[in-house]
Design a protein. Structure first.
Length: 160
């Protein structure tokens, strides 16, 4: 191996290591999509994790100071990390946005429905969909999950 190749390899090593590591908790905003997760590394000594609005985001503590931030609904909140004495180690904004994926939104007048298309389009639960569409999809998911868990099949709903 030539000296140039060794120098190049050693100069690129820190960049490769840093890009593979999870983001460190800092004052830079955390960006996460609804129903997706992002990983941050808590500062050493973190003993308490506080989410400003748990309806928008959630945090789950893992081993070695890793925190999993999950987007629950659209909006902004904050995550505060405290040490054992209650000192604030970090206070970071969490922005939850729509995922950039294969979701197709169909607008019929005031009613909205969302579909995941990959390649066939199937209905999905999405915040902002009309109540009828959301309820119908949620009901089907709940029934299916109950059936797979061994719950009795509910009676079909019929109109009178």
């Amino acid at each position: 191996m030539t000296d140039f190749v060794r120098l190049l390899a050693f100069s690129l090593l820190p960049t490769a290591l840093l890009s593979a590591a999870p983001a460190f908790a800092s004052d830079a905003p955390i960006e996460v999509a609804v129903d997706r997760a992002s990983i941050i590394k808590a500062p050493a000594g973190t003993s308490t994790v506080i989410i400003g609005n748990p309806l928008i985001a959630d945090a789950t503590s893992q081993k070695a100071g890793v925190l999993v931030i999950t987007g629950k609904s659209f909006g902004s909140t904050n995550i505060m990390l405290l040490d054992g004495a209650g000192t604030v180690l970090s206070d970071t904004t969490v922005n939850v946005r729509r995922a950039a994926d294969n979701t197709v939104v169909v607008q019929r007048g005031a009613k909205r429905e969302s579909f995941a298309c990959n390649p066939r389009c199937e209905p999905v639960l999405s915040l902002g969909d009309s109540a009828d569409s959301f309820s119908a999809t949620a009901g089907q998911i709940t029934t299916r999950n109950g059936m797979s868990a061994g719950s009795p099949t509910p009676e079909p709903v019929t109109s009178r």
